[in-house]
Design a binder for this molecule. Structure first.
Ligand code: FES
Length: 331
């Protein structure tokens, strides 16, 4: 039986259809790029640059004056917590104010007998108290950020301050018996605080602020020559790159020490900092690490510096990172 080719013609699209298709594709693309556009715009806002300069001018000298105080290190979370305190504390006002809105929606904002406060207002007030600690730790962390991170951090802070102010106004309205405005202000406060939380999330997940910058450091998985032994006299240090990894080498009393040169806090190069005895100070925000074991002597860093084994062979200082896998493990 002869095969018959059937010509199939796509129905022609009208210009309206084409326009509709383009609009839909544009809207779909917008759904995936709006956040990039938002943070690009944030980077261009001149008012934020000016505010950043003004706030830094007030807060930074204060921080620098008290930076060696243990209370300041504790506000960062420091070596004791192993993490920043601010993100954990921020859950408190968000949780308490979310509960306030739920109680408002359920109509549980009726004053408790013998008091002007209602259950929703109690949670609102508790959230405001928690916000004091959250703001204090946030400002402390903000002082050890730089450049674009600092401006985005300030935007996060501005939104949070607006959220706190709205919640305060809501509580005042509640105590004055104006339930309608109190509910509206409380819901607006939660919305603004949630937006601030989104910006905070971008700082950590999008810009890697407050993450351990050496968490993924590994290698080289064999001994590799770093510098000739004669290039590192006693009581000197140097930074070298060994198979793509930044390494700080130091010799003290004839003993060699090697640490990851990238500061775990925010990526400063330790080889550009001062070394006193066996302690190196990061030039960016002043974290101090013990060269012998990489442990934190003083924050804001939360994570110690990885230590690399060293040896001298044929006039060269050699270093090694991760251990080679054993043959049995390979098979
Ligand atoms: S980069 Fe912040 S202390 Fe080193």
């Amino acid at each position: 039986m002869p095969l018959v080719a059937i010509a199939h013609r796509e129905p022609e699209m009208s210009s309206t259809d084409r326009q509709f298709g383009a609009t839909t594709a544009g809207a779909a693309s917008r759904l995936t790029t709006w956040h990039q556009e938002l943070f690009t715009a944030v980077g261009r806002w001149q008012w934020l640059h000016a505010l950043n300069d003004a706030v830094s001018g007030v807060v930074q000298p204060l921080y620098d004056r008290y930076r060696d105080n243990l209370a300041v290190e504790l506000m960062h979370g420091g070596r004791w917590a192993g993490h920043a305190l601010h993100p954990a504390l921020s859950d408190l006002p968000i949780g308490l104010w979310s509960s306030t809105v739920v109680l408002d929606l359920l109509g549980k904002d009726v004053p408790i007998a013998g008091s002007r406060m209602d259950p929703a207002g109690t949670l609102s007030a508790a959230g405001l108290l928690a916000a004091v600690a959250t703001v204090a730790t946030g400002v402390t962390d903000w002082t050890v950020s730089d450049g674009e991170d600092r401006r985005v951090g300030l935007f996060h802070g501005v939104l949070n301050v607006a959220g706190v102010a709205l919640q305060g106004a809501s509580l005042a309205a509640r105590l004055a018996g104006h339930r309608g405005p109190a509910r509206a202000l409380s819901a607006t406060s939660l919305t603004v605080t949630a937006a601030a939380g989104y910006v905070g999330g971008h700082l950590v997940q999008g810009r890697a602020v407050m993450v351990n910058r050496v968490a993924g450091s590994a290698g080289p998985n064999r001994w590799v020559r770093a510098v000739p032994e004669t290039d590192l006299p006693d009581d000197t240090s140097t930074g070298v790159e060994v198979e793509g990894r930044q390494v700080l080498l130091h010799r003290s009393d004839g003993e060699l020490h090697a640490l990851d040169n990238t500061c775990s806090h925010a990526g400063g190069l330790l080889s550009r900092g001062d070394v006193t005895g066996c302690i190196v100070t990061c030039p960016l925000h002043g974290s101090r690490f013990d060269l012998r074991d990489g442990q934190i002597v003083r924050g804001p860093a939360h994570h110690p510096q990885p230590v690399l084994p060293t040896r001298v062979r044929n006039g060269w200082i050699e270093v090694r990172g991760s251990q080679p896998r054993s043959r049995r493990e390979k098979t």
